[in-house]
Every structure is written in structure tokens, then in C-alpha cells.
Design a protein around this ligand. Structure first.
Ligand code: SAM
Length: 283
């Protein structure tokens, strides 16, 4: 058996014992590896960075999806940028009130490999009749589409390589343009203990653009460095301030099942550590 060493950070990282290498390929856009690990199940990495594991994917996918979709009173049109493994799509598809889902993934190989090796991530959601799957650069899509959405979820790799553009001012501006009134966008934004500059940069790019911007937290074991910051930008300042009672009623009304998300956790997730508040100018 060999080791897999994550190379996101110089001098610090996580190591996996590779029980079985399942797939490795250099796609048109990135280096893709899928392997079996005794603790985390199947693991996928792109360009040396852990993207998802069978064991802990539910935490990240539920929090990046259920928080905006339950904060919004009646989400009908959802745009997913990235998300090639299908986990976000599965969580969005749980909402019967959602009428249309567009998913824009740059690398079709990721979708095909994850359908084969991570069927539990999408759980059949790629066959959902509400889905319009677009293989394209997310920046290109939001810059040119005439479609409008209630919720935009950016589930990208880190801001290196093809995903770098998904952390740009142009991207946030284009997403703002694509949101309906009352809409909200969320985006994975790294772990602030190790990637605080990413949070600062996103804050500076969102603060002049969205009526309400902030971050919320989730602790995903294989996104090392402690809690992860998920970026929030909304056209409606009330969306982030829903109380747990309102959220609990909506959660109950949708009838969706989750393993990590709770309405109480949702309401609490927007409470940020002081060092993060200071970094984004909200201390
Ligand atoms: N959950 C992971 C995380 O937080 O790091 C991300 C998972 S998902 C696999 C990330 C996806 O973003 C990949 O499938 C990758 O191909 C896609 N991606 C990267 N850059 C993109 C771009 N510019 N447009 C659309 N998709 C992109």
C-alpha cells in the first residue's frame, strides 16, 4: 500500500494510506485521483487537494446547500457552479419546491468518474428532470447567461488553477447580476486558520456588491485547518437573520432528511471567531 500526501500547503498536510488506487487521470483541466482509504472510504483529490470523501461529504454538502435553501423563503431556481461530484446537486434535489437546477461544471470527467465511483454523492440526482447540466467554465456561464436564479452555490476547488476565476471580482459581480431580487449566493471559501487571506479577499470583493455579506462556518474533517468559512452574499438583508424557529418550520415543511444540518446549527453558523471578524472588518 502507498501513501497519498495532500499538497495544498507547504510544510503541513494530511496523509492517507491508499488501500486501492481506483482511478488516476490528467483530464483536460486537472489531475484527478480516486482511491480507497480504510477510514474515509473512497477519496477524490484534484491537483493534489482533497475534494471529497465518502465518510464526511455529508457535512459540507448539507451546510453549503441547506443553509441558503432554507434561509430563502421559496427557492425555485438554483445554479450550482462546480460541484462535479454531485453532492450539492443531491442536496438541492431534496427540495421539491425547487423547479429548475442548472449545474455548470468545467470538467466532464469529474462528473463521469464520480457517477461511477461515488454514486452515493449524487444518489441519482444527475437523472433529475429539473437538471440542466452544462460543461463549461462557471465564469463564462455567469458572464453570459440571461437566466436568473434564487440561489447560487459555488462549490469549486481552491483558488488555484481552473477555479481561480471563481474567486474574482468579476465572478461575484456576475453572480450578483444573475440573482433574482431576494436571492443569495454562497461559496466555499477555505479554512480561515490557514487561508485567512482568501476570506479577506472575498470580504473585500463582496462588501461593496451585496446588500448583505458575511460568512458561516462548518467543520469538515478532511478540509484540514479547523472550521471552514462559507461565503454568503445576499440581495435581502433579512435572509441571514432568520431565527431557528422559522428555519425549523421550513425544515419540517420540506420533509428533507439531513445527518449534519439542523436549524439550530444553521442559526448559529453565522457566529464567527473574533480573529475572522477582525480580518473582515466586522469586529
Ligand atoms: N467540495 C470541494 C471543496 O470544497 O474543495 C469541491 C468539490 S467539487 C469536486 C469542485 C469542482 O469544481 C470540481 O469538479 C472542478 O472541476 C470544478 N471547477 C473548478 N474550476 C471550475 C470552473 N472555473 N468552472 C466550473 N467548475 C469548476
Amino acid at each position: 500500500m502507498s501513501d497519498y500526501l495532500e499538497t495544498l500547503y507547504d510544510g503541513y498536510g494530511q496523509r492517507f494510506i491508499v488501500e486501492r488506487l481506483l482511478h488516476e487521470v490528467r483530464t483536460e483541466h486537472q489531475h484527478l485521483v480516486i482511491f480507497q482509504n480504510a477510514v474515509l472510504g473512497k477519496v477524490m483529490a484534484l491537483d493534489g487537494v482533497i475534494q471529497t470523501t465518502e465518510a464526511d461529504e455529508f457535512i459540507y454538502h448539507e451546510m453549503l446547500t441547506q443553509v441558503p435553501l432554507l434561509a430563502h423563503p421559496a427557492p425555485k431556481r438554483v445554479l450550482i457552479i462546480g460541484g462535479g461530484d454531485g453532492g450539492i446537486l443531491r442536496e438541492v434535489a431534496k427540495h421539491r419546491g425547487v423547479e429548475h437546477i442548472t449545474m455548470v461544471e468545467i470538467d466532464g470527467s469529474v462528473v463521469e468518474m464520480c457517477k461511477e465511483h461515488f454514486p452515493g454523492h449524487s444518489a441519482g440526482a444527475f437523472e433529475d428532470p429539473r437538471l440542466n447540466l452544462v460543461i463549461d467554465d462557471g465564469m463564462n456561464f455567469v458572464a453570459n447567461t440571461t437566466e436568473r436564479y434564487d440561489v447560487i452555490i459555488s462549490d469549486s476547488t481552491d483558488p488555484i488553477g481552473p477555479a481561480e476565476v471563481l474567486f474574482s471580482e468579476n465572478f461575484y459581480q456576475a453572480c450578483h447580476r444573475c440573482l433574482n431580487d431576494g436571492g443569495v449566493m454562497v461559496a466555499q471559501n477555505g479554512t480561515p486558520f490557514l487561508q485567512l487571506d482568501e476570506v479577506k479577499t472575498t470580504a473585500s470583493r463582496m462588501s461593496g456588491l451585496f446588500a448583505d455579506w458575511h460568512f458561516y462556518l462548518s467543520a469538515v474533517p478532511t478540509y484540514i485547518g479547523g472550521v471552514m468559512t462559507l461565503a454568503w452574499g445576499s440581495k435581502d438583508v433579512t435572509l441571514r437573520r432568520q431565527g431557528a424557529e422559522t428555519l425549523a418550520q421550513r425544515y419540517s415543511d420540506t420533509g428533507i432528511q439531513t445527518r449534519y444540518y439542523t436549524p439550530e446549527l444553521h442559526a448559529a453558523a453565522f457566529a464567527l471567531p473574533r480573529y475572522v471578524l477582525e480580518a473582515i472588518g466586522k469586529a
